[in-house]
Design a protein around this ligand. Structure first.
Ligand code: SF4
Length: 338
């Protein structure tokens, strides 16, 4: 058994986070510290860029329970009698200690919107961690490590992404949309009033319609019948639908409907040539010949030119700060759900 160190770098936060940026927990070995089993650090350019936009708190379950770096590699083992184990090479099981540490993080940072984790680790891996049956040398399959398991149980609304998935335009888009939408929602909950909820729903209407029309209708019904609920019932009912909605995927067809809906608020102010231009862009988008951002920037600039405040305020054109896209362009990465 590797002797655990007495002191370790993890400290409890003294104050509750109330900042404007989404609060994210991130594996410390991603650009922060050489805390991996082999003493190395993983370079993740997208995580590095996002540092500017997100409020990061780092974690390393293995070093935070006192394991040194470098250290022998841990192994996730599935036993039939005792369930999951995380074993050191001599067979000593660290699962309970790591699970306790994972629960501590989630309790202390219970206002996080998401986690960026190192894949394949028995502590941090989201789904790609190899597991073994006792006494077997080759892996039996892949599964989640202890921290994502606990997150799923204690904080299912948090959005998880691995460092590898940050390089995937589609997964990155959903991650950003979910954490920023949750951040706005959490802010609203801290300062709740029925009027603010109505405004939240109105500003997100077109974005939410792209995810799921039935859920948007149901959210609308809850808001319309809000006198029947007390405040905590109202928040819980709406939040349940919001969580469900944010798990859905956008489709090109539904997004075209959203764009046409947005265009409907603008078309009275446009001349024939401008309407034709929009139709050309929609056709090109439908055929996959142009990206969604070209349509968004066209709608956005026309809305500002014609001063159509309804569209300017809609979150579907900028569900997260679009300057993030400019920063990510430096590594030729563009969040894109299509
Ligand atoms: S994967 Fe997790 S436990 Fe392993 S070194 Fe990175 S932060 Fe620490």
């Amino acid at each position: 058994m590797i002797k655990l160190q007495q002191s370790h770098p993890y400290r409890k936060p003294r104050i509750r986070y109330r900042g404007k940026r989404p609060l994210i927990l991130v594996s410390r070995c991603l650009n922060f510290q050489n805390c991996r089993y082999d003493g190395s650090l993983i370079d993740s350019p997208p995580a590095e860029i996002l540092k500017k936009w997100l409020a990061y708190r780092t974690l390393c379950p293995e070093s935070d329970i006192g394991l040194p770096s470098p250290r022998p590699q841990l192994k996730l083992v599935k036993t039939f009698r005792q369930g999951w184990q995380i074993r050191q090479p001599d067979g000593y099981n660290l699962y309970r200690r790591l699970r306790k540490k994972a629960r501590e993080y989630l309790r202390e940072y219970n206002s996080i919107q998401g986690l960026i984790l190192k894949e394949k680790s028995p502590s941090c891996g989201i789904s790609g961690c190899k597991f073994y049956y006792p006494g077997k040398g080759s892996p039996a399959g892949r599964t989640a490590g202890v921290l994502p398991r606990e997150t799923d149980k204690l904080m299912p609304q948090a959005t998880l992404i691995s460092a590898e998935e940050l390089n995937n335009p589609e997964k990155l888009y959903y991650f950003l949309v979910r954490i920023y939408t949750r951040q706005r929602w959490n802010k609203l909950k801290n300062d709740f009033s029925p009027a603010v909820l109505q405004e939240f729903q109105a500003r997100h209407k077109l974005l939410f319609l792209g995810f799921n029309r039935e859920l948007v209708d149901e959210m609308g019904r809850i808001i319309a019948a809000q006198k029947r609920y007390n405040q905590s019932q109202l928040i819980a009912s709406y939040e349940g639908l919001l969580d469900n909605l944010l798990q859905q995927q956008l489709t090109r067809g539904r997004w075209i409907n959203v764009l046409l809906h947005g265009f409907g608020h603008l078309s009275d102010y446009l001349d024939y040539g401008e309407k034709e231009e929009f139709q050309r862009l929609i056709d090109a988008f439908q055929e996959g010949q142009t990206g969604y951002l070209q349509l968004h920037s066209w709608l956005e600039s026309q809305s500002r030119k014609k001063d159509v405040s309804y569209l300017i305020n809609q979150k579907f054109l900028a569900p997260y700060p679009l300057e993030i896209n400019q920063d990510l362009a430096a590594i030729t990465l563009l969040p894109d759900p299509f």
